[in-house]
Design a protein around this ligand. Structure first.
Ligand code: SER
Length: 592
């Protein structure tokens, strides 16, 4: 095994390997998914590719490879163990209706074990495959392929959906069974039951080959996709840790300078277990925050801003836990920028923004943290369970994200009424229950009611712009929907006048009031074009597409979902119109 492989080298080798297997290299997409409204952040390399997984031809072909930065908050409670991170880099190779299990698995094995590539000792690798259930069969095919490559039966494990199924990230979308590759870190197992995928820490999952052939519908059905896709993901940090024989991802070269700096600031030489965990949490969260900030997200109480706020505030609190009493996050951010600026130039470009926002957020929270902690203790002394009102007080007056209150609760053996908190939150924010639950679910939204309404509003807006401007050449250039707002990009080489904005808004609201029916039909792309349907992307003329029309007002090629009647949408309001690039404007709108 090649112990000298660091992150840079691993990325180079991977890309080179798949180039040799005729894959086209595609760019690292932003953390803010432009293509997939079902997630707040890019949690995997598949999000920027969803439309191609669904069958639209990709301009670079059917075999692709890249490095993708990802942010996942669903594992946030695990951060601090040896392998879980919120932000990480993932290597991926894709087949969009091209190769299938045989090639995907063969290539994974070759890259992992061949001396020319990673040269990992075959005896150190363990495999898991899907055990099968009512939705999809047991994956004997993958198991057979692994065996044909020399993996003994005893090292292949069958697990259910919980372990060996990937996606959809939101409630609906592409998904499929997967086969995962684990590296045996050599630790003695805790008990004989320690298996790949367990938290016993012996096995690191380093690579996942997903066989995406299903689409999960809103009704929970698994339909076959038009094509069979392969989506693989190899975690850079974990694989490097395995290659370098490190116990944890925090010991590799991209983390070490950050970890050392934290120790220096906290004046800790040899941390105990608790301190070690705090150090790791800070290192992880500061890296994630830096990358989120580099995409010009600011800390706030909604959506991505809220996740960012949580990350920063949790880092500050863990700093306090290990005795750091001064502002310290900017020192760490500078290190993160230096480590990654070559691969991610926006870090350097937005350095001032990142530092300013971070300083403000840290200072703001430091102001209330001490008093908030006192308040928490005071309440916790009096009651066994902190009710919704008090959890909300900690949030509102002391800036404690509910997750932090829960974490404190765990540390101090106090229960928190989270549901009560959400009720209080809704009362104050007047947002829907669904909206509040989404927000606290860890960064995932899905085809919720609110997003669906905004989606229909987007179609109305798209058409209203053309009608008000009396120009058919003005078309959609991008769109992004969260449960809170819609964003719509279109081509126009000037600013919209106030009068035009008002007229567009009115025209949309008129259609909503009319109670127009929203109807979905399937037809060939040619027919859709013939009927004047808007389509963001060209497709083959004979290909069947789904088309939504709203009364006689709008018709678009679109996958849905939509409301049935425009009355359901509510009042539409444009909150911003701005230029985002030469000749491209952006509208942000909400429904009230
Ligand atoms: N989507 C899969 C994962 O994230 C493989 O890329 O693990």
């Amino acid at each position: 095994m090649n112990k000298s492989i660091d992150s840079k080298k691993l990325k180079e080798l991977y890309i080179e390997f798949f180039k040799q297997k005729n894959h086209a290299v595609i760019p690292n997409a932003p953390l803010i998914p432009e293509e997939d409204p079902t997630v707040l952040f890019t949690t995997a390399g598949m999000h920027p590719l969803v439309r191609y997984i669904l069958g639209q031809p990709h301009p670079r072909g059917k075999k692709l490879t890249n490095v993708q930065k990802c942010l996942r908050t669903d594992d946030i409670d695990e951060v601090g163990d040896n392998s879980h991170l919120t932000f990480f880099e993932m290597l991926g190779n894709w087949s969009l209706g091209d190769y299938w299990k045989e090639d995907a698995i063969k290539w994974s094995w070759e890259f992992l074990t061949d001396k020319k590539w990673l040269g990992i000792d075959k005896r150190k690798l363990y495999i898991s495959v899907f055990a099968g259930d009512k939705d999809a069969p047991r994956d004997e095919e993958s198991a057979r392929i692994w065996q044909s490559l020399g993996v003994p039966k005893e090292r292949i494990f069958y697990f259910p959906k919980k372990d060996n199924w990937w996606g959809p990230a939101g409630a609906t979308g592409p998904c499929g069974s997967d086969t995962e590759m684990f590296y045996d870190a050599g630790k003695k197992p805790h008990g004989k039951d320690c298996k790949p995928g367990d938290s016993c820490g012996k096995y690191f999952e380093i690579w996942n080959d997903v066989f995406m052939q299903y689409n999960k519908t809103a009704e929970g059905k698994y339909e076959m996709l038009k094509q069979k896709n392969v989506d693989t993901g190899m975690g850079v940090e974990r694989t490097v840790a395995a290659l370098q024989n490190k116990k944890s991802v925090y010991e590799i070269e991209t983390f070490q300078p950050i970890v050392q700096k934290i120790k220096e600031i906290a004046k800790i030489k040899s941390p105990d277990e608790k301190q070690e965990k705090s150090i790791r949490i800070i290192a992880d969260h500061i890296r994630a925050s830096t990358f989120v900030l580099s995409e010009e997200i600011t800390p706030s109480n909604v959506d991505r801003g809220y996740i960012l706020r949580r990350l920063i505030r949790r880092a500050v609190r863990h700093g306090k836990l290990i005795g750091i009493e001064r502002e310290f996050l900017s020192d760490l951010v500078k290190l993160v920028i230096d480590i990654y600026k070559k691969d991610y130039p926006q870090l350097e470009k937005n350095k001032e923004f990142i530092l300013t926002e971070l300083k403000n957020e840290e200072a703001k929270f430091r102001n209330t943290l001490e008093r908030g902690l006192k308040k928490f203790e005071e309440i916790a002394r009096q009651v066994k369970r902190i009710d919704g009102k008090n959890a909300f007080l900690l949030f509102q007056s002391f800036g404690f994200p509910i997750e932090m209150t829960k974490e404190l609760g765990k540390e101090m053996n106090t229960e928190i009424d989270e549901e009560g908190f959400q009720k209080e939150f809704e009362k104050h924010q007047q947002i829907s229950r669904v909206g509040a639950e989404k927000k606290f679910k860890g960064g995932l939204s899905d085809a919720s009611e609110q997003s669906t309404k905004l989606h229909t509003a987007t179609h109305l807006l798209n058409e209203a712009i053309r009608k008000v401007l009396k120009r058919r050449d003005v078309v959609q250039k991008g769109s992004n929907i969260t449960p809170e707002r819609l964003r719509f990009d279109f081509n126009l080489d000037r600013k919209l006048t106030e009068d035009e904005v008002r007229k567009i808004e009115e025209l949309v609201n008129e259609q909503i009031k009319k109670g127009l029916l929203v109807v979905r039909e399937e037809m060939t792309f040619k027919e859709a074009k013939g009927r004047g349907a808007q389509a963001m992307f060209e497709q083959k003329y004979e290909e069947k597409v789904s088309v939504y029309s709203i009364g006689d007002f709008s018709i678009e090629v679109c996958g849905g979902p939509h409301v049935r009647n425009t009355k359901e949408v509510g009042k539409f309001k444009i909150v911003k119109e701005e230029g985002i690039a030469a000749g491209i404007r952006r509208i942000k709108a909400i429904i009230e």
